[in-house]
Design a protein around this ligand. Structure first.
Ligand SMILES: [Zn+2]
Ligand SMILES: [Zn+2]
Length: 109
């Protein structure tokens, strides 16, 4: 496993890249967040982040997946320990990705 210092610097790079791509593909439309790539209009930032994940560069998604595999301990039976926040998550894999998207791949978290 990578040392925590390099993991944190990689996390910051990923969070910056995700945030930049997100900001490049949405505009605030009143209280909603309009996607510039498709017609989606999200009701809040949370939904907007989940939506923009579907548009992220595949190379960035690959880096996010590789990072998660380094900092998540798979305990089996859909139990994972996130070594960044030390939470034990009993979730499906796609929900684990959402945990990272909302909690860790963001700036000022
Ligand atoms: Zn969209
Ligand atoms: Zn976590």
């Amino acid at each position: 496993m990578a040392s925590s210092a390099s993991a944190l610097s990689e996390l910051h790079q990923l969070a910056t890249a995700v945030t930049e791509q997100h900001h490049s593909m949405i505009v605030r439309d009143g209280t909603r967040y309009q996607c510039l790539i498709c017609a989606n209009s999200a009701r809040d930032m949370w939904n907007s982040r989940e939506h923009m994940y579907t548009h992220l560069d595949h190379s960035l998604v690959d880096r996010m997946d590789a990072f998660m595999s380094k900092v998540v301990v798979n305990q089996g039976n859909h139990v994972y320990t996130c070594m960044i926040c030390r939470r034990v998550l009993k979730v499906q894999l796609h929900a684990l990705k959402k945990h990272f998207l909302h909690k860790h791949f963001r700036l000022n978290a």
